[in-house]
Write a protein that binds this ligand. Structure first.
Ligand SMILES: CC(C)(COP(=O)(O)OP(=O)(O)OC[C@H]1O[C@@H](n2cnc3c(N)ncnc32)[C@H](O)[C@@H]1OP(=O)(O)O)[C@@H](O)C(=O)NCCC(=O)NCCS
Length: 143
């Protein structure tokens, strides 16, 4: 539930708070799939379409879309929910990339996904194009 300490003076949840929760929800999906420690290596473009007000619920849904080798893409979809009326509004979606790391904090391989539904296949296929864009823009050491 969105509480006053999470909000700006208009009574809307702060964008930074939403991003924090998004990172945690995505990390949980990455942990559950990889059974490993993971670190966030990249967050794609984030926009906020509808505000979430104090007293509303914030609902976060995360799924692992694709495993590459040591990295995996997780999608997060965020909704506001008014528990009096039951109305749910889509606030934002984002893609985060995590890298699984071993005890020495070095990248370590992750087991592939088992794709079961047409939706799983669609997410898997779409993730490749996003990875190519992401890697083209990634920070390069020494540059
Ligand atoms: C994650 C980390 C260990 C990767 O180290 P690295 O030297 O970049 O390792 P590599 O170049 O071998 O890349 C490892 C994987 O990350 C992927 N990767 C690296 N940078 C990426 C980026 N910006 N976006 C998407 N994927 C990226 C690579 O494609 C590779 O994936 P693959 O094995 O599935 O093909 C290192 O960048 C790190 O520690 N970053 C800080 C993470 C952190 O602390 N996050 C919390 C917030 S500060």
């Amino acid at each position: 539930m969105v509480l006053p300490q999470d909000a700006n003076p208009l009574g809307y949840i702060l964008g930074g708070r939403v991003m924090h929760l998004m990172d945690i929800a995505a990390a949980i999906a990455a942990h559950r799939h990889s059974h490993s420690h993971v670190v966030t290596v990249s967050v794609d473009y984030v926009d906020f379409r509808n505000p979430i007000r104090v007293g509303e619920l914030i609902v976060l849904k995360s799924s692992v879309n694709r495993v590459f080798k040591t990295s995996l893409e997780v999608g997060v979809k965020i909704f506001s929910e008014n528990f009096i009326t039951g109305e749910r509004k889509h606030t934002t979606s984002a893609y985060l990339t995590f890298v699984a790391v071993d005890a020495n904090r070095q990248p370590t391989p992750v087991a592939p996904l088992i794709l079961e539904t047409p939706e799983d296949h669609r997410r898997f296929n779409d993730a490749l194009e996003r990875r190519e864009i992401r890697l083209a823009h990634r920070f390069k050491r020494g540059r």
